[in-house]
Design a protein around this ligand. Structure first.
Ligand code: KG4
Ligand code: ZN
Length: 367
């Protein structure tokens, strides 16, 4: 079965052509073609994503990307209908509605978070030998949630952020540290440099020489909610703590690049400690046999390594699955894979109702 998938929920315009098969308990996916245009550079000037600007860009980009797909023959079209920025989501929905009518194929509304989760289970083009329950940690610019999947396509959110998403916290802290949007990758790079105390060159802070130990040791951020007996997390206090700590050290202008890297390292450490504690709690609570992380922040090398190591140590029977780096950020491949997995499983996904953009759509409302 072949799907054309369209993703426009935030600041990436994506189209992908994916073919899928299902065997007894496995799925095979072949990405035949895919195209992705990021608006991040544009939004960087404003320090964040502006919904109406995103919408305008998607409207401009979709027809351009579609040129490469216009002669394809597919069985279905899949489109992200939420969660995300509604003006942005609508552009993809309108575009795919027209196309589905023209090509006379069904249109499958697809959940963006389910896309992150399902695609993170794919390894070498296959999802196989998945042992349930599966615990998913979805971490992106808009979401931070622990999702329990007891069987295919049945989701329960067992913990989530009470305020900011972790990606948002990365982006805001990066901004405080004078780093460009999206800040996650910059923080990650600086934190790694501070940890290894090595110089890096291809960075805005190009005089960076690594961390200074006394200064580094003096930086201590809180780990909000780390000891509460739920799987919920909170990042707004952590973000504010960075702001105060920066002020107390005399402000960003007074800091050397190495000291800024130390801030980045302490922030990333705090995030790592929080997710480690909550992941262990969630695994304990649910008896999950598989643990998978997905979403933009799942690109973070430190978190990948730290969670991998602690799960291997504390829950050696749990299989840890990591998404390939290329698909951690938003893309249409993941939308195609999630839609195919459902369709091939015989789920009735073709909605009889009009497809609408649903900014707050939850993964747990997927049927
Ligand atoms: O999933 P995604 O591409 O878009 C949303 O659905 O939100 O996630 C984007 C988020 C941004 O906040 C970005 O800063 C963060 O993912 N991010 C990272 C890294 N790469 C991207 N955060 C930390 N470390 C990274 N390496
Ligand atoms: Zn996303």
């Amino acid at each position: 079965m072949k799907v054309l998938a369209i993703e426009t929920s935030c600041d990436e315009t994506g189209i992908a052509l994916v073919e899928g098969q299902k065997a007894a308990d496995s799925f095979t996916f072949t990405v035949l073609k895919h195209a992705l245009l990021s608006q991040a550079q544009l939004h960087a000037e404003y320090g964040g994503v502006y919904p109406n600007l995103a919408k305008r860009e998607h409207q401009k980009n979709l027809p351009v990307l579609f040129e490469q797909f216009k002669d394809e023959k597919v069985d279905v079209i899949a489109v992200t209908h939420g969660p995300g920025l509604e003006p942005a989501l609508w552009t993809g929905i309108e575009f795919s509605k027209k196309l589905a009518a023209e090509w006379q194929v069904p249109l499958l509304p697809t959940n963006h978070m389910e896309g992150h989760l399902i695609s993170s289970l794919v390894k070498d083009g296959k999802i196989e030998n998945v042992e349930f329950p599966v615990l998913g940690l979805l971490i992106s610019g808009g979401h931070t949630e622990f999702v329990l999947m007891k069987e295919w396509f049945k989701y329960e959110i067992i913990g989530e952020t009470l305020d900011d998403a972790v990606g948002e916290a990365f982006d805001k802290v990066a901004r405080m540290l004078g780093l460009p949007y999206p800040g996650g990758p910059h923080i990650s790079k600086l934190a790694a440099a501070a940890r290894s105390k090595s110089a890096i060159t291809d960075h805005p802070l190009d005089d960076l020489q690594g961390g200074n130990s006394t200064f580094a040791a003096s930086l201590k951020l809180p780990r909000p909610m780390i000891n509460t007996d739920t799987c919920d997390v909170s990042f707004s206090g952590l973000k504010t703590a960075v702001l105060y700590m920066l002020r107390d050290t005399g402000g960003i202008q007074t800091l050397s690049s190495a000291q800024i890297a130390d801030f980045a390292r302490e922030f990333e450490d705090a995030v790592g400690d929080i997710f480690t504690a909550k992941t262990l709690r969630a695994l304990e609570q649910t008896g999950s046999k598989t643990f998978v992380i997905g979403g933009g922040v799942a690109a973070n090398s430190y978190l990948r390594e730290k969670l991998g190591a602690v799960v291997a140590k504390e829950f050696p029977e749990v299989e840890f699955r990591l998404p390939e780096h290329a698909i951690t950020g938003d893309n249409a491949i993941m939308i195609g894979e999630a839609a195919l997995a459902r369709r091939l499983s015989g789920l009735e996904d073709e909605t009889k109702e009009e497809i609408r953009a649903m900014g707050q759509l939850s993964i747990s409302s997927a049927k």
